[in-house]
Design a protein around this ligand. Structure first.
Ligand code: FES
Length: 165
């Protein structure tokens, strides 16, 4: 009598416990390998400098004659006011000394006002109202070789210091 081969009916490879752990293991292995390779090949950024390109803190603002006498010129992009009193020039920061909002010059009142919490500053940057604890910063100024006014916002100077030309 011929022997009949018995085939045990088992669950498919996916649904058996062994199959599940086999596939789970391979999935974890491949995922880890891919993550490792991605990290390894991302080193190409090493060859490029990690530089933050910012505009220079020393910049020309124009010739002295460009600024009206007893006037305040707002250089919004540079966040600075250029104040002229005769031959004296000052560069005053637009950054409010309370929480850093941009103050603006109000020509009719002759003061700087902060729209955020109402600080007010005189034309020379001294605070007189609102929560600002101190005057606006004054920046160093000098004349360039070609006669232009240069502002250096990296150097804060005494409020009483002005550039006289
Ligand atoms: S930030 Fe200017 S008053 Fe608060």
């Amino acid at each position: 009598m011929a022997e009949v081969e018995k085939t045990e009916v088992t669950a498919s490879t996916w649904t058996s416990r062994r199959g599940f752990f086999t596939y789970a293991g391979w999935t974890i292995f491949l995922g880890t390998t891919l993550a490792f390779m991605a990290k390894t090949f991302s080193f190409t950024g090493f060859f490029f400098p990690k530089v933050l390109f910012e505009p220079s803190k020393k910049f020309p603002v124009g010739y002295p004659a460009d600024f009206p006498d007893h006037g305040v010129v707002t250089l919004k992009a540079r966040r600075v006011f250029i104040v002229r009193e005769g031959n004296n020039f000052s560069a005053i920061s637009m950054v409010c000394q309370h929480l850093g909002c941009a103050v603006h010059w109000t020509e009719e009142k002759g003061i700087y006002e902060c729209p955020c919490h109402g600080s007010k500053y005189y034309k020379d940057g001294v605070n007189f109202a609102g929560p600002a604890p101190r005057p606006l910063f004054h920046f160093d100024m000098h004349l360039s070789d070609d006669g232009k006014l240069m502002v250096d916002t990296s150097t804060i100077i005494e409020r009483v210091t002005v550039l006289t030309i």
